[in-house]
Design a protein around this ligand. Structure first.
Ligand code: NAD
Ligand code: MG
Length: 400
């Protein structure tokens, strides 16, 4: 791949612009503009609510097309010529604005990001993907579509950005194993019964990363790592048995690739999402960054330890999902989304999240996937099943 000629700005659409990844991405774009390193023309923004924030972003970057899923919030938007509203607002935005060769940042949380991402790929856009739920639920559709359209799918998730970078050290046939690192989350050293009944506040207090609420809860249960194992399987076309996970509390080594000759290549940087976001935006180039860099003078130690699957049973489900295939990823993901919302709404205990996902996986039939409707039906069935379980006395008896 040759260095991209950057004579004209690159058109960029941000899906999920008001979130943790979205705002970090805009900070990276501003940094690249200020330093005259790379120019983007931000042509579309999408968010769920927070129209005042989106309006401010649109003004700051001269964006004329904005999608806000919440109809009432969209109605309060002023000063933007084109506003798209409703549950499918992000999809409407892509259909109206995206052109072949644009870059679309997928940073919506949850499977809500799936239709717009698929539409962007169909339009011939490159995707910088943070929205891991898209691949977990629908990797079986997304990856063949990426290949058919000849677009680039660039990982933003720090572990996958690391693996993407490490893989450049060898051929895919020379890869023995991908090793994803996990911080272990806030409950890494807690006993099982304390983890089981962790509060929302304790769960949202992540030791190394500052992120949106859903991914922070997922990090605490290690469900995030399960989602990431599935994401890695799809992104790098690698079987489940060649993916493993190690706990690394400092979140400095973002992942490893082991090659067949025994060599291990790792990627290191301080835990700041601006680094992988910038690499996805500037790829195949590396440009001066705006994130903190390693300070080797004050640097401490790097620790690694195995995952305790008894205290964190969520992780093990990833291999079951990959091996089962079909709609199992969509069921797994949707069940987790509903369970996390129920936990954040203080309806269930922390430990119940993983149990609800497991019970939903047992209850909802897995079918082969031929199109997006199969994924959406599985997603709906899983959400309904968790809803039923939430109403049941079994769940209410475990309330904290
Ligand atoms: P967040 O909750 O901070 O932000 C989510 C964004 O999505 C917001 O802008 C919200 O308005 C938007 N959104 C939600 N539903 C929408 C809808 N239906 N239509 C349009 N916009 C909608 O979440 P986040 O932490 O930025 O994470 C976003 C994604 O990136 C998630 O999939 C997460 O797993 C992934 N990710 C995040 C981090 C991180 O450091 N935050 C790291 C790796 C991966
Ligand atoms: Mg990650």
């Amino acid at each position: 791949m040759t260095t991209r000629q950057r004579t004209s700005p690159r058109r960029l659409i941000l899906l999920g612009s008001t979130g943790s990844i979205g705002t970090n991405a805009l900070a990276v774009v501003e940094h690249l503009h200020e330093r005259k390193l790379m120019r983007f023309d931000v042509v579309g923004l999408a968010a769920a609510t927070r129209s005042a924030v989106v309006a401010e972003q649109a003004k700051r970057f001269g964006v004329e097309h904005v999608a806000v899923a919440d109809g009432e919030a969209a109605a309060t938007l002023t000063g933007v010529p084109h506003v798209y509203a409703g549950a499918d607002a992000a999809l409407q935005l892509i259909e109206a604005v995206a052109r072949p060769g644009d870059l679309v940042l997928g940073a919506i949380v949850g499977s809500a990001g799936l239709p717009a991402t698929i539409a962007a790929i169909e339009k011939g856009c490159d995707i910088a993907l943070a929205n891991k739920e898209t691949l977990v639920a629908a990797g079986v559709l997304v990856m063949p579509l990426v290949r058919k359209q000849g677009v680039h799918l660039l990982p933003v998730d720090s572990e996958h950005s690391a693996i993407f970078q490490c893989l450049q050290a060898g051929r895919s046939s020379e890869v023995k194993r991908l090793v994803l690192t996990a911080s272990g989350g806030p409950f890494r050293t807690w006993p099982a019964d304390r983890v089981e009944h962790a509060t929302v506040e304790e769960t949202l207090d992540h030791p190394t990363w500052s992120m949106g609420p859903k991914v922070t809860v997922d990090s605490a249960s290690l469900m995030n790592k399960a989602l990431e194992v599935i994401e890695a399987h799809w992104l790098f076309d690698i079987p489940a048995r060649q993916i493993s996970v190690v706990v690394h509390p400092q979140s400095i080594v973002h992942s490893f690739v082991e090659f067949v000759d025994g060599s291990v290549v790792a990627q290191l940087s301080p835990p700041d999402m601006k680094s992988p976001i910038q690499y996805a935006l500037s790829w195949p180039d590396r440009l001066d960054g705006c994130a903190a860099t390693m300070d080797w003078q004050t640097f401490g130690s790097l620790d690694f330890e195995p995952v305790d699957h008894d205290r964190f049973p969520a992780l093990g489900m990833a291999w079951r999902v990959i091996e089962t295939g079909g709609t199992s990823g969509a069921i797994f993901n949707a069940a987790n989304e509903v369970a996390v919302t129920a936990f954040l709404d203080r309806r269930i205990s922390f430990g119940m999240i993983t149990q609800l996902v497991e019970r939903t996986m047992d209850a909802v039939d897995v079918v082969p996937v031929t199109d997006l409707a199969d994924i959406q039906r599985a997603d709906t069935a899983a959400r309904a099943e968790v809803g039923r379980l939430l109403e049941s006395s079994l769940v209410s008896s475990t309330l904290p």
